[in-house]
Design a protein around this ligand. Sequence first.
Ligand code: TRP
Ligand code: SF4
Length: 399
Amino acid sequence: MIITASQKNRVLSGMRPTGRLHLGHYHGVLKNWVKLQHEYECFFFVADWHALTTDYDNTAAIGDSIWEMVIDWLAAGVNPGAASLFIQSRVPEHAELHLLLSMITPLGWLERVPTYKDQQEKLKEKDLDTYGFLGYPLLQSADILIYKAGQVPVGEDQVAHVELTREVARRFNHQYGREVDFVERAEAAIKKIGKGLRRDYQEQGDHEALEKAHALLETQQNITLGDRERLFGYLEGGGKIILPEPQALLTSTAKMPGLDGQKMSKSYGNTIGLREAPDVVEKKMRTMQTDPARVRRTDPGNPEICPVWGFHQIYSSDDTRQWVVEGCRSAGIGCIDCKQPVIDAVIAEQAPIHERAMEYIENPNLVRKIIAEGSERAREVARETLDEVRQVMGLADNY
Ligand code: TRP
Ligand code: SF4
């Protein structure tokens, strides 16, 4: 697969505005974004159109959810100086690319995306028999491809969507990447690069040492970006790469358990909010289930079947964990004792989050400014890609 230089370093990810975020989002997604923002050029966006695909009949809360979520991101440490934050519907270019891609996307590809049937099964109370819902993953493809993003941090459930994106990109490049005079232009581009490199390039190309040839090309200053993409395409025996294929960047973070030991999720009602008040955190954790066999303080317990243990795995040091295992199995500690270090750790983790959130809650204009600037930065990139797409599809300035 071809990854071009600018694309390799670009990360894009989005979240639907489905209400206040919780610790599951924090440990599963946001902490990863905060890390990535220093390593890549990052674009993070609120997927408000995607929210409509499942909730078109209930849009009253969407406006508030968007701003609450952006504040959650900022409070978690996502830095608008390092990453561009924006709202999908503020960059209408996504919609045009979605439309254009829809022309070349076989219906069967969308019908076969696993989330399509799964969600229809799971969310029986919702009307998911719409055109918009079928197109959900293709809209996501447009989100990704319009930035030529190389890396897309997502959870397991979204990998199939990134896979579809790759197939759509391949089909697009195959269909539109071959300029009429592609071969002549590629040959001309080869002449432009130095003699030694030209020989290397052709030899590497012959031996399909693509990686090396790519590295070689990337070091060349004297060829244009267009020529470079042409040569990348030529090397693989295809056309010019207009929409490069992205890769899913799976996060390896530990799964955050909920208060009942299942995965933390709003639909299970087992969450601790990202910006939960400390007294509520304390109350939720004090009433949290423990090993049901530990009825009395003197009954020994088994951490393996206790939801509190899941919290210790995320929040506690080895020493504390050893104290828990020994104390629980020997009935040396009570469940209240056992919970205390986790309660303290969650509250300590949230203190700076509350503090940062306060700054934005008190200053909504600042949040709006961050989004306006992020949307503008995103639009610049999106417009550029769309210009190119229109061009190769024969839609630019022709009539
Ligand atoms: N479908 C994603 C989710 O539910 C949200 C999303 C929309 C997204 N567009 C995206 C994620 C593009 C990554 C890239 O989580
Ligand atoms: Fe759970 Fe801790 Fe009680 Fe053991 S002591 S049952 S691990 S809360």
